[in-house]
Design a protein around this ligand. Structure first.
Ligand SMILES: CC(C)(COP(=O)(O)OP(=O)(O)OC[C@H]1O[C@@H](n2cnc3c(N)ncnc32)[C@H](O)[C@@H]1OP(=O)(O)O)[C@@H](O)C(=O)NCCC(=O)NCCS
Length: 172
């Protein structure tokens, strides 16, 4: 078993779109209407939007490979790319997704450690993220990784307002 990581470039937009769609659908289709899912997918993962995000110097995307197959991805933001004003001493994990068949093999932890490494290299004091209050699997994973709930904010899935818990891990 080999695990590798690769930083994405703007040329990876199609591959990123593919895995973004696949993992988002796998994760959320059971608890959301097809209309709201489609509205979100089209807004968040259209190629123009992804190309813009891939070109933002305050965002970084990574693919994680399990035995040479793309198994998941990570998106981190700093400075004004963060989806909330958290200041220059924070790093946001905006997306961390592992395909179902590759979950529970240590890949989520591997990507989280990558985010921590970036945060520490940049002398950040904390890592934060927003997670849907109904995403119990991810919340349990984040707690296991040392995150605690520090707030909440609204998130729009199509026209439905949902609550995201804000979870934070302080770096020492
Ligand atoms: C959440 C997610 C990233 C976790 O990734 P993963 O690869 O399955 O997790 P790992 O195998 O790296 O687990 C790391 C550790 O967390 C633990 N863990 C994983 N999921 C857990 C859960 N649901 N409850 C408790 N512990 C959990 C593992 O047992 C492991 O513990 P260990 O270090 O003692 O061995 C993955 O399940 C996923 O992509 N889910 C769908 C997408 C999603 O919800 N993303 C988050 C959106 S906010």
């Amino acid at each position: 078993m080999t695990i590798n990581i690769k930083k994405c470039t703007p040329e990876d937009s199609r591959k990123l779109q593919e895995i973004s769609y696949e993992t988002f659908i796998e994760t959320f289709k059971h608890q959301n209407s097809p209309e709201n899912m489609n509205a979100y997918l089209e807004r968040a993962f259209n190629l123009k939007q992804l190309e813009k995000e891939l070109s933002n110097i305050s965002s970084q995307f990574f693919f994680v490979y399990f035995n040479n197959e793309v198994a998941g991805y990570l998106k981190v933001n700093t400075n004004d790319a963060q989806s909330e004003e958290m200041g220059d001493e924070s790093l946001e994990i905006e997306r961390i997704y592992i395909k179902n068949i590759f979950q529970k093999h240590g890949l989520g932890k591997y990507l989280l450690n990558k985010a921590m490494e970036i945060a520490m290299e940049r002398n950040k004091k904390k890592i934060w993220l927003g997670v849907w209050e109904k995403n119990e699997n991810a919340i349990s994973f984040y707690k296991k990784m040392g995150f605690v709930q520090t707030g909440a904010h609204s998130f729009y899935m199509g026209d439905e307002e949902q609550i995201d818990f804000i979870m934070t891990k302080t770096l020492i």
